[in-house]
Design a protein around this ligand. Structure first.
Ligand code: 2M8
Length: 440
């Protein structure tokens, strides 16, 4: 595309992206989508902040603060914080299903008891880094907000690194596919096969997502029955993380989740430096420890790829999913792993922008959510990885491809991996927010 045409595209995309973020702002946080996800989601809030850093940093901080105000005393940051003004049936499963107890002597803000990838330290660092461009008041606010968030971000990391180290390997386990953020990725199929799908659960509840989205683009009913059963099991155990591998039906070490965990430690090291906290060194060490554990536990030399590990069975998932490419974002990853990941990302299995799952794999499904479509957030992380490892040409190409994809098709939630057409929600916050970052 000629440079002046690209400039025009950029200006249009900037305006439309800022418009989507405006439209999805509730006054306290940004919803992922008005139709499909009308509450506050955890990692969506972090991605929204990364874009708001350019157009409205005060909103970025407000959203992060609002999320961390719902942090549990044990440090977990809930994957959804429910808006009390939205009717119970606007999203399923809603607050009544989760039955989260009141804590710290204050009325519970309705939330779930699950978590999502801890993108927030990196987001806070990004908002801080860009604050000075908005003037002295914004820079002052950034410093104050960083000081407020830092101990909360540390508590979040400690929960994941300690309470969730179910395999004793130095990696955090997820206890539900929803915790990965890549809900129905084929990476979970083997571990989920051992979880009973109680279809009667679906007779008791109404799948609200199917009212507002095409059923062939969403997880299947049997997946959903397993999701609900896993929530019930975790909930009925009081959301306790004791003896997870013995008690709970789904305990998995995910390469993408743990990559983000390590990246968060590196962001915390930067934040600690700004705040004059001596912990920076410790954060860097933790990041190195997680990186070592990822390569030790999740790399399969036979496939030359990172795979999710089922802690209960000890087996690696055979699936090649985009989550196995994400360790590319680890700065301390050794060169042979980097080369193997770049080769996989640019091979016929993926190709950049990468789809959620191997295009040649048996479970590839071009429309079904995390089983084939292209998502902007994971590609944004891949681009960071390419830059971190000095793969400038591939990173620039990926950036242009992502911007053209969103410009031609709209700020969709996900995109068809062959023709790029938009799927899911049409005005999706992280697509818009990360487009702003890619444009900047
Ligand atoms: C999707 O997950 C939610 C459950 O958390 C759902 O399917 O209803 C995922 O794409 C997840 O990564 C995302 O955070 C969430 C909201 O955008 O939607």
């Amino acid at each position: 595309m000629p440079p002046d045409q690209f400039q025009e595209l950029s200006a249009e995309l900037w305006r439309s992206a800022a418009g989507v973020l405006d439209q999805n702002w509730t006054g306290r946080y940004t919803v992922p989508s008005r139709t499909l996800y009308p509450h506050q989601w955890s990692w969506d809030t972090a991605f929204a902040a990364i874009g708001l850093a350019y157009v409205n940093p005060a909103r970025a901080w407000r959203g992060l603060r609002s999320l961390f105000e719902a942090q549990w005393p044990d440090g977990r940051v809930p994957h959804i914080v429910f808006d009390p003004d939205i009717p119970e049936d606007a999203y399923f499963p809603g607050p009544r299903f989760w039955r989260v107890p009141a804590y710290s002597g204050r009325a519970a803000r309705g939330s779930t008891g699950l978590v999502q990838p801890p993108m927030h330290a990196l987001a806070a660092w990004e908002v801080y880094r860009h604050a000075a461009a908005h003037g002295a008041d914004a820079a002052q606010q950034a410093r104050t907000e960083l000081g407020w968030l830092y101990p909360r971000l540390v508590a979040q990391q400690e929960f994941l690194g300690d309470r969730r180290d179910a395999g004793g390997s130095g990696l955090a386990s997820i206890v539900h596919p929803w915790e990965s953020g890549l809900d129905n990725s084929p990476s979970w199929d083997d571990a989920l096969a051992a979880v009973p799908a109680d279809m009667r659960l679906l007779d008791t509840y109404h799948r609200r997502d199917l009212d507002v989205s095409d059923a062939t683009h969403r997880p299947t009913d049997s997946d959903h029955a397993r999701y609900l059963g896993l929530v019930e099991s975790y909930r009925d155990g009081g959301y306790s993380d004791n003896d997870l591998a013995l008690r709970h039906g789904f305990v998995v070490e995910c390469p993408g989740f743990n990559t983000i965990l390590a990246t968060a430690e590196l962001a915390l090291a930067q934040i600690a430096g700004v705040l004059g906290d001596p912990a920076a060194h410790r954060h860097r060490e933790r990041a190195q420890g997680i990186t070592a554990a990822i390569t030790h536990r999740l790399w399969d030399p036979r496939t030359g790829f990172f795979h999710a590990r089922d802690v209960r069975s000890g087996r690696l998932s055979p699936a090649h999913s985009v989550s196995g490419l994400l360790p590319l974002a680890l700065p301390d990853l050794d060169r042979p792993f980097v080369d193997a990941l770049v080769a996989a990302a640019t091979s016929s299995r993926f190709g950049l922008p990468a789809p959620g799952y191997d295009r040649t794999g048996p479970a590839f499904d071009e429309r079904r959510y995390w089983r084939g479509p292209i998502w902007i957030n994971v590609n944004w992380l891949l681009r960071r990885g390419l830059l971190v490892h000095g793969r400038r040409a591939e990173a620039d190409e990926l950036r242009r491809a992502l911007l053209c994809l969103v410009h031609s098709n709209g700020h969709y939630e996900y995109f068809h991996p062959h023709d790029g057409s938009g799927l899911g929600s049409p005005a999706f916050s992280w697509t818009a927010a990360l487009s702003l970052d890619l444009l900047a």
